[in-house]
Design a protein around this ligand. Structure first.
Ligand SMILES: NC(=O)C1=CN([C@@H]2O[C@H](COP(=O)(O)OP(=O)(O)OC[C@H]3O[C@@H](n4cnc5c(N)ncnc54)[C@H](O)[C@@H]3O)[C@@H](O)[C@H]2O)C=CC1
Ligand SMILES: O=C(O)[C@@H]1CCC=N1
Length: 266
């Protein structure tokens, strides 16, 4: 399989590194990146070759586009005519719909849309994928195989992608926000900042690991920490008093609504 990655920024480079780690040979990957210093460093570091976008896509079976959403229209116009017969395009761009991709590329081009998240940078992404009108099981399976190199993958209908964006796309930011707030609370309680940070980072990691390894419902795991008349019950009462659960529901609805807005043609 030959893969081209166009736009080797933060996510593009992390995906490149994940593919190489998973056993794809450097000679099977060509990159296109408009920042000259960045592309020189990437080629030296990862042993891949670079070309202009239209040259880079010409020999590829799979073209992964990982530029920012506002750069997508110009890029698709540049590469459309150069795509090899049978090639398909995988877009990582938030808010860029399958219809937008299909309309911007030559008629009949198979496209797959992905919503991933930044834990991709450490090989622990949550990616959701959906296929365009001209893509089928084969394109989805090959996309799954590529993204499995950097985390977990699920298939969803495009109608669920705005909700997925609100949950797992933006989700890492919510956990970082919470950990940041708890570190500040530790400092407020008189702990040195490095200690508060170590306590909360390991607590976040351990809690995530318990969710994954026990497969218990989070409500049961929370109950198991909550002793009668204890410290956890005192804290949870404050969360409920301040309607934290309601705020979370409203926040994710706002994220979903913003995703719908971003996906509308301007
Ligand atoms: N950051 C996040 O949490 C998430 C981001 N995404 C999506 O992933 C995509 C990539 O995001 P990042 O890696 O954070 O962005 P980034 O800005 O780090 O990387 C984009 C790269 O594309 C390059 N580029 C732009 N136009 C180009 C062109 N015409 N030809 C070649 N290279 C070009 C830029 O120089 C840059 O290096 C975006 O579309 C974003 O919506 C998706 C899910 C989550
Ligand atoms: O905030 C955003 O719009 C993007 C989409 C998912 C994560 N970041």
């Amino acid at each position: 399989m030959s893969v081209t990655i166009v736009g080797v920024g933060r996510l593009g480079e992390a995906l490149l590194a994940g593919l190489l780690r998973s056993g794809v040979e450097p000679k099977e990957i060509v990159v296109a990146e408009k920042d000259p210093a960045r592309v020189a460093r990437i080629c030296a570091q990862h042993g891949v070759t670079a070309a202009t976008p239209d040259e880079a896509v010409a020999g590829a079976d799979v073209v992964i586009v990982a530029v920012k959403p506002h750069d997508m229209a110009g890029l698709l116009a540049d590469i459309g005519a150069a795509l090899a017969p049978g090639a398909f395009v995988v877009s990582l761009a938030a808010g860029i719909t399958l219809t937008f991709l299909q309309d911007a590329l030559p008629a009949g081009t198979p496209v797959v849309r992905v919503m991933t998240n930044t834990p991709l940078l450490v090989g622990a992404a949550m990616s959701a994928i959906c296929a365009g009108r001209h893509a089928g099981d084969d394109e989805l399976a090959r996309t799954e195989e590529l993204l499995a190199a950097v985390g977990r993958v699920v298939r969803v209908p495009e109608s669920q992608l705005d909700a997925v964006t609100a949950l797992s796309g933006s989700g890492p930011a919510y956990f970082f926000y919470l950990v940041d707030a708890m570190i500040e609370a530790g400092v407020l309680l008189g702990l040195p900042r490095p200690l508060a940070t170590e306590l909360m980072v390991q607590t976040a990691l351990g809690s995530a690991q318990m969710l994954r390894e026990t497969s218990e419902h989070p409500a049961l795991l929370r109950e198991a920490v909550t002793s009668p008349a204890g410290t956890t019950a005192a804290a949870l009462r404050e969360f409920d008093r301040q309607a934290v659960r309601g705020a979370i529901l409203d926040a994710l609805v706002a994220a979903r609504d913003r995703s719908v807005e971003l996906g509308r043609p301007s």
